[in-house]
Design a protein around this ligand. Structure first.
Ligand SMILES: NC(=O)c1ccc[n+]([C@@H]2O[C@H](COP(=O)([O-])OP(=O)(O)OC[C@H]3O[C@@H](n4cnc5c(N)ncnc54)[C@H](O)[C@@H]3O)[C@@H](O)[C@H]2O)c1
Length: 328
């Protein structure tokens, strides 16, 4: 993706978040102007998101940031119009499976209403294209793996997953009515520097380093298709470039190389250089057994090819965490 292919800046929602801050850096490094919005949702500390934004500012380039809520239609519209935005990358959401079970209405508001507001504003402002973050969680406990985009996704098992599936349907309807190109990207457990603190790799690295006990849910045989954030960002940029040729399209962005929970802990022990102390707990409601991306469509249509081996990605995350902890 280069700035030649876009008529103007990109509005990036969730710019202060984990993936958002990496997407911002990648766009800026390609000479693309970025307008970021984020409301510093209290799901994890504001200080972490402010540090993410510092990393974006340090990348150089034209970056404007506004603190605000994507459910605020007039605000989103004024950002789109005032900056003559050409495209939207919509990553803002309440993320996390387990907390969504405690607060379904909060997830529905931020994710479903928020996406609806962003799409409507993007259409009214005449944006060329929209890319929206979905999730591998829409596959639920699908009986067949790897998961491909045409599979039945009518049985999500958490409110978070249901909101992401609802967003995909809203995007499809929006495209049908407006012809505005919309891509929905199913990210598979993303990790790497600046990973959200609630996610397992980040939490386990911190706990193993501190000698604290890890609470491990299930017998360790569940698996996730961990995908390094740089690979995800490459997929986001490719979809932004190519969505006009497709209209509405769902693409998996994963690694197609699932790792069991036990193997993940062992790999982190190797990277951190310390053994984990583990307390086994029952499987949690809402957690799926496994995720595993079929990448045939995204490779064929986006040229998407994840390139980061798991241990290399863990090492990069651990280096970044160690630097952040030594600054704190
Ligand atoms: N990290 C993963 O493994 C993963 C996997 C699948 C899908 N996703 C999706 O990718 C996107 C980014 O995830 P992330 O891991 O970077 O999460 P994140 O929580 O770090 O980033 C999301 C950002 O959105 C902001 N936000 C939430 N509600 C908002 C609102 N109403 N208005 C404005 N900003 C709001 C938050 O403050 C946060 O900074 C999300 O849509 C998430 O559902 C992430």
């Amino acid at each position: 993706m280069s700035n030649d292919s876009l008529r103007g800046p990109v509005l990036l929602t969730g710019a202060a978040g984990f993936i958002g801050s990496h997407a911002a850096c990648a766009l800026l490094s390609r000479g693309i102007e970025v307008v970021g919005i984020d409301n510093f949702d209290p799901f994890y500390p504001r200080g972490i998101k402010e540090a993410n934004l510092q990393a974006v500012h340090a990348a150089g380039g034209r970056f404007t940031f506004v603190e605000g809520d994507i459910c605020d239609g007039p605000l989103v519209s004024s950002l789109l119009n005032d900056h003559r935005v050409a495209a939207v990358i919509h990553l803002a959401a309440k993320a996390g499976v387990r907390p969504s079970i405690v607060d379904p209405p909060g997830y529905a508001r931020a994710n479903v209403l928020g996406t609806s507001v962003v799409l409507d504003a993007a259409h009214r402002a005449g944006c060329e294209r929209v890319v929206v973050a979905s999730s591998s969680s829409v596959y639920g406990n699908a009986p067949v793996a790897p998961f491909h985009e045409e599979m039945d996704v009518d049985a999500p098992i958490s409110p978070y997953a249901a909101t992401k599936r609802a967003c995909e349907l809203i995007c499809r309807t929006h495209h049908h009515l407006t012809r505005q190109p919309v891509a929905c990207l199913r990210f598979f457990t993303v990790y790497g520097p600046r990973q959200r603190p609630d996610l397992a790799i980040s939490a386990f690295m911190r706990k193993i380093a501190a000698g604290e006990t890890l609470q491990v849910f299930g017998d360790g045989s569940t698996s996730r298709d961990y995908t390094f954030v740089t690979d995800i960002v490459a997929g986001i940029l490719a979809s932004l470039e190519r969505i006009p040729a497709h209209g509405y399209r769902v693409w998996n962005l994963g690694n197609s190389s699932p790792v069991t929970l036990s193997a993940m802990i062992e790999a982190i022990e190797g990277v951190v250089g310390r053994k984990a102390v583990v307390e086994r707990m029952a499987m949690q409601p809402g957690d799926v057994e496994r995720t595993w991306a079929d990448l045939a469509r995204s490779t064929r249509e986006l040229g998407y090819l994840p390139a980061t081996p798991f241990v290399e990605g863990l090492e990069a995350q651990w280096r970044a965490m160690s630097r952040a902890m030594s600054r704190a």
